[in-house]
Design a protein around this ligand. Structure first.
Ligand code: ATP
Ligand code: MG
Length: 765
């Protein structure tokens, strides 16, 4: 009974508790933001462990970000005591679990277990080489575009043999497929893989090696997946393979997945089929006949925001077909947000047509709770300044910086905030971007380390073979390249060979000899020296540190500091390899970890998180909704943007501030803007137009009126443009929509400049 229940179950509502305690068989929790889906997953793991149903190593739990995985681990520890958790080796993102699987079975994918994970930059460079090697014009057929195509194929779990004729033709006069094939072969020679391979290789390994798969079936007694609405087809295939419990004698072979491709669903009535439910994507399978699959997926179709990256929201809508007899649980009580925030978010998302429709309610009813605030600013500097001031005001009221977040639509928006906060001395951290690791000096240093860890890493080798400058010209490097290719050996080895031959002039020969000797020495030291010490040695002996010490540029000191920081950060890892692996996966790197700091991140990476106070800047047409979505014209792009807005709004627990600016510098040009249509879709009853305390003191209420639809008669006064009442006008009648709205001096100034802005470029303002 309730009273004997362990503590970790006590706070749950009946539906949540059902989801936790139904440990056997498939379970789907389909519910809106903040209803406790993630909490259910966490408690479910705690419950499985506490009741001895499985060891930590027998649970496979997939989260969307590494940060979420860390948090989940922590929370489980809190629920049942850390001693009972003892690491959850299989708790992580699809990618991090994929790396782990691949390291164990690398040879089955034709790799060695010390393979390198390439980042986008490496991938593009590699593809460029292949395109050139084919004698194709890489201006006409940009490597970047092809990299995206490959990524798209991999998201669908398609290898070179699987891609459709049309798709293969569309690049380089029909050479797409060969290029893709050549790319995969090249990766293999490099002993490397890209991000997509982290899923696709395991899928292939499982299909081709039923005994390996069977091992994992025995191992994973429970499978749990968070943010299920954003799984793509490859992730879905991967999951299905692992979740499959074939009947005796029915081995999981490739035919299981392949045979059903393109087959029409054979049952008609599916309670879960939502309005967006289309035909099943490639990879859909027959229902698993033995339904003792202990898989629990949680998600929210309204928060599906990775369609552009191949996510298939239909995966969630098809769950009960895939897993017959599934228990489907809906949660409707939101525990996160105030009634105003929830009201605003629910009203906004109701503008989407393609959705299930869910009820959400909250018991929170505190008269102190403020409405959602909408603010206007002149430009993004002003926006950053005003938000900075607001943050400081909250700070004076004893709010922690940790409880505040700025969620941007596009990462370029971050710069203004970073600059401003540095000026203010306000701690901040950027979450979700590999910012630090993207810096040039960091990438160089990492390239040295990568070659030491994996001498077959030619891309890394090429990056630094002539860094610092050693007088190795293009021709010499090409020669190394050719030798390596001819002999099918790593470039480092080829360089060593060339250094001993007389094919080169004395100077490059000496340079190569030194390079080869250096790496040989460092590779030896890898076994004996502590890795941080080795890293420092490498940077010193290679001359890299000196190169920056001798550099007179303004950035040089900063770069040296970054290098120091890099080495410092390595201390947290037990080896150079594990550090490099971390870097490859560092998409949610955190700075200022442990300190009180404001978080800055994109809306996409804010999924699943929550903050007391949330700032949503840049709500303007073209930025949010993003121009790309608007250009598409169709409904789906815009609806995905709206779901993103819904994700943003529902991150806030108590305070929510939305901003828009009237002028924005985009791609170096000043552009005048119109407020986002999403602002207009917020219900008046839950929204307040903020009296802005910004530097345009006089400008007071930017809307001239009090609230937006009231005001002085007629839609034209509407601050959000004519579109509230005249849905076509907004995007075309830029100035008309605005001109009556703002009557205060600040605004008039803005308006005057604005006209100017439309007349000429402000590139040099
Ligand atoms: P999202 O869709 O945004 O990922 P979610 O459904 O995963 O949201 P959680 O993050 O699990 O929601 O929960 C939201 C907040 O509500 C958390 O702070 C959580 O601790 C709290 N919460 C969830 N269930 C309960 C409960 N039964 N009692 C009190 N608080 C709860
Ligand atoms: Mg969640």
């Amino acid at each position: 009974g309730q009273n004997n229940a362990p503590d970790y179950l006590k706070g749950l509502n009946p539906e949540q508790r059902l989801a936790v305690e139904t440990t056997e068989g498939p379970v789907l929790v389909l519910a809106g933001a903040g209803t406790g889906k993630t909490r259910v997953l966490t408690t479910r793991i705690a419950h499985i462990l506490a009741t001895g149903k499985a060891f930590p190593s027998q649970i496979l739990a997939v989260t969307f970000t590494n940060k979420a995985a860390r948090e989940m681990k922590q929370r489980i520890g809190i629920l049942i005591g850390e001693g009972n958790v003892e690491g959850m080796p299989w708790l992580g993102t699809f990618h991090s679990i994929g790396v782990k699987l691949l390291r164990r079975h690398a040879e089955l994918a034709g790799l060695r277990s010390d393979f390198t994970i390439l980042d986008t930059d490496d991938v593009v460079r590699l593809i460029k080489q292949l395109i050139q090697a084919e004698g194709l014009d890489d201006k006409r057929w940009p490597a970047k575009q092809f990299a995206q195509m490959i990524d798209g194929w991999k998201n669908k779990g398609q290898g070179p043999a699987d891609i459709a004729e049309g798709d293969a033709r569309s690049f380089a006069n029909g050479k797409g497929r060969e290029l893709y094939k050549a790319y995969q072969e090249r990766l293999q020679t490099l002993n490397a893989c890209d991000f997509g391979d982290l899923l696709c290789h395991p899928i292939r390994i499982f299909r081709a090696n039923p005994d390996v798969l069977k091992d994992y079936h025995r191992r994973f007694k429970y499978i749990l997946v968070d943010e299920y609405q954003d799984t793509n087809t490859a992730q879905y295939m991967w999951l299905r393979l692992l979740a499959q419990r074939p009947d005796a004698g029915r081995a999981a072979t490739s035919t299981d997945l392949r045979s059903a491709e393109g087959r029409k669903p054979d049952r008609v009535s599916e309670p879960l089929r939502g309005p967006r439910g289309g035909p099943a994507p490639a990879g859909a399978e027959q229902p698993v006949s033995d339904n003792k699959v202990n898989i629990c997926c949680v998600g929210d179709d309204d928060q599906s925001i990775y369609g552009w990256r191949g996510a298939e929201v239909d995966n969630i809508l098809r769950f009960d077909k895939d897993f017959p007899g599934a228990t489907i649980i809906r949660l409707e009580r939101n525990y996160r947000s105030t009634a105003h925030i929830l009201g605003a978010a629910s009203h906004l998302i109701a503008h989407n047509e393609g959705r299930f429709g869910k009820t959400l309610f909250t018991d929170r009813n505190d008269p102190e709770d403020g409405k959602v605030n909408v603010h206007a600013a002149w430009d993004s500097e002003e926006e950053a300044r005003a938000i900075g001031e607001t943050i400081e005001a909250y700070q004076r009221q004893k709010h922690n910086l940790n409880d505040m977040a700025i969620l941007v639509r596009a990462s370029f928006q971050m710069r203004a905030f970073e600059d401003r906060f540095i000026t203010l001395g306000l701690n901040y951290r950027v979450i979700g971007g590999p910012r630090f690791y993207e810096r040039m000096e960091i990438r160089d240093a990492l390239a040295f380390f990568r070659v030491v860890a994996n001498s077959g890493d030619d891309l890394a080798f090429e990056r630094i073979v002539n860094v610092p400058k050693r007088g190795l010209g293009e021709a010499t490097i090409r020669q190394i390249h050719d030798t390596a290719r001819a002999l099918r050996i790593p470039m480092l080895e080829a360089a060593g060979n060339l250094a001993e031959s007389d094919e080169l002039k004395p100077k490059p020969r000496a340079a190569l000899r030194e390079v080869a000797a250096n790496f040989e020495r460092w590779q030896k030291a890898l076994e004996t020296k502590p890795h941080t010490e080795l890293a420092e040695t490498i940077l010193e002996e290679s001359g890299y540190t000196d190169m920056w010490k001798n550099d007179r540029s303004a950035e040089a000191p900063g770069r040296l500091e970054n290098l120091k920081e890099l080495i410092r950060s390595m201390e947290e890892y037990e080896s150079l390899r594990s550090f490099l692996e971390h870097v490859a996966l560092v998409m949610d790197a955190e700075q200022n970890a442990g300190q009180d700091a404001v978080s800055i991140m994109t809306l996409h990476s804010a999924k699943g998180l929550e903050f007391e106070t949330v700032f949503l800047p840049g709500w303007e047409e073209g930025l949010f909704p993003h121009q790309r979505a608007l250009d598409e014209g169709g409904r789906s792009g815009l609806e995905e943007e709206r779901r993103l807005a819904y994700v943003g709004l529902t991150r806030a627990k108590k305070n929510l501030h939305i901003w828009f600016v009237s002028n924005r510098l985009i791609h170096g040009l000043w552009q005048s803007t119109i407020p986002s249509r999403f602002l207009e879709e917020l219900p008046e009853s839950h929204v307040e137009i903020a009296e802005s305390g910004n530097s345009y003191g006089g400008y007071g209420n930017p809307y001239g009126g009090g609230s937006f639809a009231s005001g002085r008669g007629g839609g034209r006064q509407n601050p959000y443009g004519a579109s509230r009442f005249d849905s076509v006008g907004a995007s075309t009648e830029k100035s008309g929509a605005f001109s009556n709205t703002y009557s205060t001096p600040g605004w008039q100034r803005a308006q005057a400049n604005r006209t100017e802005a439309t007349d000429r470029n402000w590139g040099t303002r």
